[in-house]
Design a protein around this ligand. Sequence first.
Ligand code: SF4
Length: 352
Amino acid sequence: MSRFSNRKTEKIMNQLINYLSWSEQRSKLFYTCPKQYGYRFIESWEGWLPTATKSAQDAYYHNCLVSDLRLVTGNIVHDRCGRVLKRLVGGITSDPATEIAIAEADFDNFLSNSAKLPLTALGSKRKKLIAHLIGKVVPPTLIASERASIPVMMEQFFALPEIALFAAHPELMLREFIEAEIGPPTNELGVPARLVTDCVYQQDDITWVLDWKTGRPHESHRDKGVVYDAYVRARLKLPPKSQLKIRFYYLKTGETADFEFAHEERQEALWRIGEDFFLLQQKSLDPVVNIAPLSSFPARVDTHCFNCTHRLICPEFKAAGFGVHTAASPNIWAIDARVQINLADEQKEIAS
Ligand code: SF4
């Protein structure tokens, strides 16, 4: 460990620590645009403090923006499912109609609060749609379809065979894995990783990892499954030959995907995430704490920028010619053919 690391470690005693870690999201962001990774996971750190630098506060507020309404729906559904399971562990069943009504109210509240919340009121729990910040209209058809997907997904969840099983045998569930983050300093496998498990239970000598998906099946989910396999095994100290199965439930479509991994596949996945982690670690000034100047993360401007909530503060994005100012529309910058941003409003919000 470097001298810097020791000094930093002393300084951060009793504070939150920005551990350097691997996660699917971190790795994906780093490969898509290193600068976005820098904004999201390093520059924004402690940006919630009034004493933080303006740059940290800006990065933090923009972390709290949401680029896609579907992410909001997914979070709400996950949150409700987690609460239902936590109650079930205590032997308390939930009424599906009530849970659906709460989830729908959460969605409505998010939309109305999002429109009004100023940038400075944002926090990790109080998020805002970037569309509301930049004055872009969220299509009513998207709002209607997302709201309509909530009862569909919640009903799917309540109809899962495991929910009836847990109602009869709540002791099968491992409470510490319900809607829970396995995060650093978890490094049983040599790579500190962060992942969130929805539910883990054990029955007849088989460990099951369940995951609710609010999107559609994708081939990358197999990669995700093998990482769950490796870390849940390590956390539970399961014997190498013990059986572990992964089941993904796609709540929107009613599809299911089951995975079981061989030792070699697990080792290969660990090698892959070890490589990813090594790249992130090379960028950090410290091998344990994630710290580096934003300038060491190059910007990669491309169409993915339109999913990046930091585009409002990213100089490279604005400098790359995406913004075209026209005399006919002095406040409107055509960011590209698909997106228009009222830059004046945007900057007013950022400054407020
Ligand atoms: S706007 Fe584009 S270039 Fe800038 S940080 Fe985001 S993804 Fe990277």
